[in-house]
Each structure stands twice: as C-alpha cells, then as structure tokens.
Design a protein around this ligand. Structure first.
Ligand SMILES: Nc1ncnc2c1ncn2[C@@H]1O[C@H](COP(=O)(O)OP(=O)(O)OP(=O)(O)O)[C@@H](O)[C@H]1O
Ligand SMILES: [Mg+2]
Length: 464
C-alpha cells in the first residue's frame, strides 16, 4: 500500500515578511511549513521536527549560510536543501551545490518557481524512500537466500528421524501453527527454517523474532507497524513483522518470554489475520504462519498465569519436541563429522580426520549446550589443530569442564557449578557476553537470562 507523504519544509530567511508570505502561499497545499528568521530558531525546529526540506537563504546576518548547509548535511543527511542566493552570486551557488544542496533559486523569484523546485525535491524524496524500502526488502531476501543454502539437519537416532518426519508434515500444512520445544541448542530454529523452506511459503520471508530481545515499549510497533508521528521516534510509516511476513513465516523465538499484555493482541492478529498499525485505523490483511519456539516449560508459565492458555492452544496446532543431545548419543558422531567437514573446508584445512577416542570420549559428555556446543567444539578444535588428526586434546572445553558421566552424582551442586562456569567464561572472555556465551555453547540471550536468574552482575569497568 503506497501512501503519499506530506512533506515538511523549513524556511530560514532573515526577512520576516518573506518567510510569512511563503508560509501563506504554502497554506492549504500538500506541504507543512515552519518559519525561522534566525539560525538558532531554525536549529530548534530541526531538532524537534522531522524536516524533509530546508529552504535556506545563504545570506544571513552574522552567519555564513554555507556553514549552516554543511552542518545540516552532517546532522540530517536525509534532508534536502534548496538555497536562495542573491542575483549574481554564482560563486556561492556552486559552492552550495558542491556541499550537497539539491537546487537553488535566485532572488527575486516568483512563488511558482519555488513550488516547481519543491515538487522536484518531493519526487526525489519519494524515490529515495522507495529505494530505501527496496534495499531493505532486498537485503532481507538475500539474507534468506544465504540461510537457505546449506541448511541441513543431521541425525540418525529414531528420535531425530521422528522430528524430521513431523517437520515434513508441518511443511505440508502451511497454515497450521507449529510450536517447537527443546533445550537451548537442540536445533529449534534450524527445524523452523527447514519447515519454512520446504513449504509453499518458501519464496516469501522467514522472519525470526526474539521477543525477549526487544524492549516492551517497542514491541507493539515492531509487531504491528506504526503510522508516522504516532509516537516520538516514529519518523516514517513502518511495516510490522505481521505485514513483512505476508505469505511467509513468522518465527517467534523464546515465546514464553512474550509480555503478557501483548499476548492478547498477538492472539487476535493470529486468529483474524488482519492487523492495524499503531496510530492508524486502516485494517490490513496479512497471511502468515507462526512457528514458535521455547526452551521453557510453557505449561508451567500457563499455570503461573504468565502465558495465556488460549494463545498456547492457537500456537501449538502442531507440536514438535526436539530431545536433548544426551538423550540421542548416536547423533554425536554424524553431527561431529558434519561440523568438522564444514569447518575444515571453511578454514582451509583439508584431510583432517577425527580420532576414534574423540567419539568415545564425547559419548560420556552430557552436552548442556546441545548441538550448538558440539558445533562450537568442532570449530575450536579445527582452529587449534596443528596436524591432520583431531585428538581429544584439541577440544579445550574438555579440559575446562571435566567430562561428566551421563549418570550424575546426586550430590553435585548443579546451580553452584553453573554459576562458576558462567563467571569463568565471563572472565576468560574479558566480560564480552557474546564471546562468553560462545564459550558456554549457549546464546547470548540465554546467558543474559541465566545471569539475571543467578544475580550475576558485571561491575562497571568490567563491562564490554
Ligand atoms: N540436527 C542438526 N543438524 C545440523 N546442525 C544442527 C542440528 N541441530 C542443531 N544444529 C545447529 O546447532 C546450532 C544451534 O541450533 P539452533 O539455533 O537451531 O538451536 P535452538 O534450539 O534454536 O537454540 P536456542 O534455544 O538457544 O535458541 C545451529 O548452528 C544449528 O545449525
Ligand atoms: Mg533459537
């Protein structure tokens, strides 16, 4: 849906009569105009409003108009400037055009001339906006293409074959919502993408959204979009996730963390497939499928009244549970082989073999970070490996955390160990949370949640 935007103009000229007359001329037109007779007033207006076009008299008393032009081009690069120069001052005009002015008018001029100049600018601004939208869409599509290439789901265990079969069923029913559960790093997002790219929705957007990573105040506008000016910061009309995913798939990660007051709105949008942008009244139809994922016990959230039961029912038309890697040890070997091959190619280290002891030792490990942890181990091992054989010593994780037998002693204090490991990873990564999460084989979000849960804070000076 295309909307013709009203363009906002600021006229900066020291002649009050001129700015007033021009403003009157603009009354009732497609423009919204502001007047300023000094640079100070102009600066204030520019900061408080989203101005599309500045009409600037370069001959202002006490200030160099070209300096103002330079200043606004740095501070507001999207704003266009038409300068007004005195008759015969071609030198200034040339300098202004070099500094990025869009057009110029020489005094005296007829108001119709300025209207023509503004219309030219308006067309240009509209083209710029369209181009920006196309670029955004293009980058989303190319990102999607990249993700489509080399997306594989490895595993030989009966559990993983069952997951795969359920994914195929989900792909065949492109309107049914799917809920994927499983511990962190088990491959929930991976399966979500496989479902999308095997379904008739594959040529449209797969948009992954982690609602716990968006501030609560912005959530509604991120999901539903907004109309320009509906709140501070809404500088242009914006599509929300529901609209962007028209004919595609909206992947809602960490669904259990969705703020309660947004859940009713999400439910309505999911049921009606009609949305309204924040600050607008137009109803927009959109056809999306929701695949959601969580590593929390969502039923518990429902019990605690943190998650709406009706929304859960809407989201889990189909439910896929991915078991933890420790519950399907026969997948470790094919997964490790797959990751080693990939990283050996990536880091240009051909002919690398994995020694048998690595497989047998890793079978004893319980992989709290699941497949992600195994993948990170493989990457590190390939980077550190000197020869052509990968030995267990190439897996530094094994030295940091002793391999835990699958059956754990009941006396082990899991919480204390987890806190210790998180602190160690933070220290080893010089308090860079992303690196620390990588060391632990979990996502940054998961690390932040755990830090919050255990009250682990990073004091000032330590922070990234
Ligand atoms: N069966 C599999 N075959 C190949 N790669 C896999 C498999 N399962 C997981 N992976 C890889 O492991 C990594 C983690 O998977 P993914 O991000 O899908 O996990 P997740 O369950 O969404 O984790 P989280 O709950 O932390 O978000 C990814 O790089 C993914 O490609
Ligand atoms: Mg995930």
């Amino acid at each position: 849906m295309e909307r013709k935007d009203k363009i906002t103009i600021l006229i900066l000229d020291d002649e009050k009569q001129f700015t007033e007359e021009l403003s009157d001329f603009f009354q009732g037109s497609d423009y919204e105009s502001f007047e300023a007779n000094t640079a100070e007033v102009a600066r204030k207006i520019l900061v408080e409003n989203k101005i599309d076009l500045l009409i600037l008299d370069v001959r202002l008393p006490g200030v160099n108009g070209l300096d103002i032009l330079k200043e606004v081009k740095v501070l507001f690069p999207d704003m266009e400037v038409i300068i007004i120069s005195a008759h015969g001052d071609m030198d200034t005009v040339i300098k202004a055009m070099r500094l990025g002015a869009f057009d110029y008018l020489r005094k005296p001029f007829r108001f119709i001339d300025i209207q023509i100049a503004i219309e030219r600018t308006q067309k240009y601004l509209q083209l710029q906006r369209k181009l920006k939208q196309m670029e955004e869409k293009n980058s989303l599509i190319s990102k999607n293409l990249e993700e489509r290439i080399d997306r594989q789901f490895i595993g030989v265990s009966p559990q993983i074959l069952d997951v795969f079969e359920q994914a195929v069923t989900s792909a065949n029913y492109p309107d049914a919502n799917v809920l994927i559960t499983g511990e962190s790093g088990t491959g929930k997002e991976n399966i979500a993408r496989i479902i999308h790219y095997s379904s008739v929705r594959k040529d449209h957007i797969f948009c992954a959204v982690n609602s716990s990573a968006i501030t609560e105040t912005l959530l509604e506008s991120e999901f539903f979009g907004h109309k320009k000016g509906s709140f501070t910061g809404a500088i242009s009309d914006k599509m929300g996730f529901f609209e962007v995913c028209n004919q595609g798939t909206l992947f809602l990660d960490e669904i259990a963390d969705m703020p309660f007051n947004l859940q009713a709105k999400i439910l309505r949008a999911t049921e009606e497939k009609v949305i309204t942008r924040v600050g607008d009244t137009t109803q927009i139809k959109t056809d999306f499928r929701i695949i959601s994922a969580t590593n929390h016990d969502i039923d518990k959230r429902v019990e605690k009244k943190k998650f709406r039961l009706d929304l859960l029912h809407r989201l889990n038309t189909l439910h896929i549970h991915i078991p933890a890697l420790r519950e399907r040890p026969e997948d470790i070997k094919p997964l490790l082989t797959h990751f080693v091959d990939n990283y050996a190619t990536k880091f240009n280290k051909p002919n690398i073999h994995v020694s048998a002891e690595v497989f047998s030792e890793l079978l004893k490990y319980d992989f709290p970070g699941n497949v992600r942890e195994l993948r990170n181990m493989a990457e590190r091992a390939i980077i550190l490996c000197k020869g052509t054989i990968l030995r267990i010593s190439d897996f530094p994780v094994r030295q940091q955390k002793a391999l835990v037998p699958v059956v754990q002693s009941v006396h082990v204090d899991l919480k204390a160990n987890e806190i210790k490991m998180i602190r160690k990873a933070l220290q080893d990564s010089k308090f860079n949370q992303k690196t620390a999460a990588g060391l632990l084989g979990i996502t940054r979000d998961a690390l932040m949640r755990k830090m919050k849960k255990f009250g682990i804070t990073v004091s000032k000076g330590e922070e990234e």
